[in-house]
Design a protein around this ligand. Structure first.
Ligand code: COA
Length: 434
């Protein structure tokens, strides 16, 4: 059968497609801005037909309605990353959290997290019957390869993001045509603190470096301060609109990349239509599965790889929590450690964890004597390299515990330096002037 006949035979409504989900199934949903909202809505509308359907998802950018209390017997959320819409379900016990490095997620789909159903969003097929996973190739590609049933929303608004993003029409069991704008992530608001952090991080970036940028206001603020740099490259878990601006300013050229030269390499994208238009059919953009892009053994093949991510708390030894407040899970490891380790193994590489010195409107310091009880250690003290706040840069690599504490206290908020210095004195039998 040629692919066009296959396509027509498997075309159906969203209501018909979600009838392929059975009670007790494990359903993996396409990631972040690539989630297929139209078929998810149809699944939630059909909730009464299901008992105990496990929903596996990472960054959920949509409504996440399956997490709501009224659906507790129909759906159970198993989050690999907890976001704003799933925090309450996971932390109240109605959902679960599976911890693992992002690059390992597709591997779990072959072992402990084998999906029954994958629900994904793709472009319409090209002349060869191939569809692009667009803004979400990451683990979504692995979900398509390993699910018994694939339900796909065919959306002409999805950008086409290169050879490594393609699946064939014959891999899709239920084809649902529905055009709708791809979910957008508005650029974050950048205030004075973020600007100061951006400036400090930018001081660690050199011409020709290859960047990985995490999610949020901090990486975006960093981009603002890179306008004077030259020939930067991108090998990142994701990127957003800030990168487009630097391309237009002639700063990001990918020319100096020794690995995939000339290419923007990432595994997912989150931004506005401006970003999605930039990547669509762009021959320089390579969006590829996360088990390739984020594998530290792949990351480190880029010389001068600089990873820039954020954190919740760091203790005086340099142990970093980036995903929980005490035992309360607020996000996940994501690709942080994939890139911290990849950067450490890259020739000339550097990893940077940057965050404001305080949280909760200045009431708590993010640099602390001890991590909160129950906090997850995301990046270990042996992996950490640079910590940056609005007060400066602490290079922790190869430093004694005493020197690490000294350097971290120097970039803590002034309101907390005295209490941290008292802890220093207790621990190291030395008075610290602050
Ligand atoms: N104590 C108490 N509360 C804290 C805190 C601390 N030390 N640090 C943060 N918080 C609170 C904030 O006040 C905020 O609360 P709110 O939602 O009620 O306003 C919440 O936690 C989120 O913190 P915020 O700093 O706004 O988050 P962010 O959007 O800048 O993200 C991380 C920061 C660390 C959560 C995020 O970068 C992350 O998830 N990192 C891990 C994964 C990763 O690095 N991936 C990289 C590749 S993309």
């Amino acid at each position: 059968m040629d692919w066009k006949a296959y396509y027509n035979e498997h075309k159906m409504t969203a209501e018909q497609a979600v009838q392929h989900i059975k009670s007790g199934d494990r359903v993996v949903i396409g990631h972040a801005c690539g989630e297929p909202s139209f078929v998810i809505d149809a699944m939630v509308a059909n909730a009464a037909a299901y008992q105990n359907v496990e929903i596996v998802h990472m960054v959920a950018m949509g409504k996440c309605e399956y997490c709501q209390p009224q659906y507790a017997s129909n759906f159970r959320h198993n989050a690999i990353f907890v976001g704003g819409n799933s925090r309450e379900a996971v932390n109240s016990g109605r959902g679960d959290f599976t911890t693992c490095f992002f690059h390992e997620v597709p591997g779990l789909f072959e072992t402990t997290l084998k999906p029954d159903v994958a629900m994904v969003m793709v472009t319409p097929p090209d002349e060869n019957g191939m569809c692009s996973l667009g803004v979400s190739v990451d683990y979504t590609y692995g979900a398509v390869k390993n699910a018994k049933t694939v339900i796909a929303q065919i959306n002409p608004c999805m950008p086409w993001t290169g050879e490594r993003s393609l699946v064939s029409v014959e891999e899709l069991d239920c084809i649902v045509e529905h055009e709708a704008p791809v979910i957008e992530l508005a650029p974050p608001k950048i205030g004075d603190v973020e600007r100061a952090i951006g400036e400090n991080v930018a001081s660690l970036v050199q011409d020709g470096d290859c960047l990985q940028l995490g999610i949020g206001a901090i990486p975006d603020a960093v981009l603002l301060f890179l306008k004077e740099k030259h020939d930067l490259g991108i090998h990142s878990e994701m990127f957003s609109d800030g990168v487009v601006e630097l391309v237009e300013a002639g700063v990001i050229t990918n020319k100096k990349k020794n690995f995939h030269p000339g290419k923007f390499v990432a595994n997912f994208l989150m931004g506005t239509k401006r970003l999605y238009d930039f990547v669509d059919h762009n021959p320089d953009v390579m969006i590829a599965p996360v088990d390739y892009v984020n594998d530290p053994r792949v990351v480190c093949q880029n010389d001068n790889l600089v990873s820039i991510n954020s954190a919740v708390q760091v203790d005086l030894m340099g142990q970093v929590c980036s995903e929980s407040i005490g035992p309360k899970q607020i996000s996940g490891v994501g690709g942080q450690v994939d890139f911290v380790r990849g950067a450490a193994m890259s020739k000339g590489g550097r990893s940077i964890l940057a965050f404001p010195s305080t949280a909760a409107k200045g009431k708590v310091s993010k640099i602390v004597a001890q991590l909160d009880e129950g906090a997850a250690i995301t990046t270990s003290r042996n992996d950490v390299h640079y910590i940056v706040t609005e007060y400066g840069v602490a290079d922790l690599k190869g430093q004694t515990l005493r020197e690490r504490a000294r350097r971290l206290i120097a970039i803590a908020h002034p309101d907390f330096r005295e209490s941290l210095a008292a802890e220093f004195e207790k621990r190291f039998a030395e008075k610290l002037e602050v």
